[in-house]
Design a protein around this ligand. Sequence first.
Ligand code: ATP
Ligand code: MG
Length: 664
Amino acid sequence: MSRLNPQQREAVRYIDGPLLVLAGAGSGKTSVITEKIAFLIKQCGLRPDRVAAVTFTNKAAREMRQRVGNLLSKEAAESLTISTFHQLGLTIIRREQAQLSLRRGFSIFDNQDTLTLLQELLRQESKAAAEQAGAVAQRISAWKNTCTDSEEALREASGPADLLAARSYQRYSDALRAFNAVDFDDLLMLPARLLEGCSDTRQRWQERVHYMLVDEYQDTNEAQYRLVRQLTGLRAALTVVGDDDQSIYAWRGARPENLAQLQADFPGLRIVKLEQNYRSTGRILQAANQLIANNAHLFEKQLWSGLGPGDPLRVIECADEDAEAGQVVAEILDHQLRRGTRLGDYAILYRGNHQSKLVELALQQQGVPYQISGGTSFFARNEIKDVMAYLRLLINRDDDNAFLRIANVPRRGLGTATLQAIGSLAAQQHCSMAQACSDVGSDIINPASLRQLQTLLGHLDEARRAGDSGNIAGVHQLLRNIRYEDWLHRNSSSEDVAQRRMGNVHFLLDSLSRLIQREQRTLPDAIAQLVLRDLMEQQEEEKNSDTCVQLLTLHAAKGLEFPHVFIVGMEEKLLPHRNSVESGAVEEERRLAYVGLTRAQQTLCMTWSRTRRQFGERVDCQPSRFLDELPREDMEWLGGTEKDVERNLARGRETLTSLQALLD
Ligand code: ATP
Ligand code: MG
């Protein structure tokens, strides 16, 4: 606490009513939350399990837990609730599942599951309708983010597209109920509506949460806001911190106006502003301030840095996207050589996931280790999705989505028509597809497939029985029975790939064993825990982050900081993104750029490319308008000539070789 400035200290100590800390990037908002948790427990005597803190990503939650862990005893830190909104929602749903008409072991559908189900439902309507599945999914998500259920949606829908979405919403909700499943948006909407509608339950939860803290408040959507209101109730023991200039989740229903709404809903709201930035050197901060000054503002903020002016910002013009990727890697290697930094000090940020490919390639070519956050997750790999589907069926035989995934993995000759027939039978009998399979006759499926199906169900039952007695050997036996390894070998491009994929499967099963042993869980419980991780964690884990260059989207970089930052693709149509320009959402893009700039502590380098391949064609590109909005006097504009790149790469390679020699 001693290092905090007077405003931060005031924010930590103020507990007489709701508090909003409104301040720009790097001013120590997250630090206030961390310190306040410790203050509440150590100075105010609050029980740790009565404090709930909400962060935006699992990575942020982990970091916060670690930081609080340094301030408190281990036991106290462990009994705190530090989670994302979705995890908090899930905890509530778990405890209240009976009231929500959910059975034990309910499934959680991720966005891909949702889309598949909607496609399935819409296909029954028409082929043209099935093509709308993506748009319908978005519309349903938007309704859920405002806590609108399917009946309300149907009442308020107007126009053919909206009506289709509302009708689909209803059928989708029925299907979820039949599958004993919830989707991602339900994790917010269901608890918010439950607490609003049921005073007993609300009271119980308000008893549990004596103090609530929310980070990155500017990115809460309506459902999240309503959940916060219900949990804090009249007591309003609440601290939220945020920055309207960093609101970048409008597409998920986030509203920066929530910050202003807070003032209306909590009349006693105290506002504390922080003005000193402790993260970035003067030039970086000045550039960020000047950029964001081009947006309209709800709140005026001042930010200054006491860290000295630092290096000028660099902008590098590159010939094309390959040269750009090569240039960035060369810059990193060269910089590392001159400054003796660690690779983990560098972050490369980009607007869209697809932009990481070329950078990855360039890093691989130079043998530079890197790590992607929020990229393709462990759980997104096909073999892991398969095995997870089998595991999901073990804990919930009615999980139709899991059933659909593995019905033909390994191949059993069950075509889509057959599966649809089973699906219709299930709908008629109001049961799940796996259940319907016991009644299905050879009039629907050919005898060979039917035999295969019955064998599969037999194997699942056997593993389930073994699992009930807490035995994971049943899962191994199941994979042997279905000959999963053979199937992987037949379906992989090489022996190496097959082995790596089977290695992933073993890793998954080992994690399951560890959960059972270390946390003394039952097999179904351990599986449920893995399913949750699959959904929430998406492999955000940091492996050796000190020794790897960090690759992230601008969205994923929110709240984080790195000594040296590169932002690639600073071009019109990329940042600001073409769609946002067309829909007039440039201010949100500017906030995204602001988030990017303010991640940098010591140096910031931005690159753009004169031409770029797009949809198979080479197109000319223009530098981003945001570059023009930065202070000229603090910038260095450089051309990335072939020669520069070659020189840097050669120097970089030398560093790597000498480092390698040292390590060996
Ligand atoms: P963002 O808006 O990007 O989320 P933030 O406002 O949450 O930023 P923090 O991440 O809490 O800012 O702090 C930024 C950096 O400043 C961190 O490295 C933190 O340790 C440091 N810091 C915060 N407060 C102080 C302080 N009073 N003295 C010195 N350093 C501080
Ligand atoms: Mg923060």
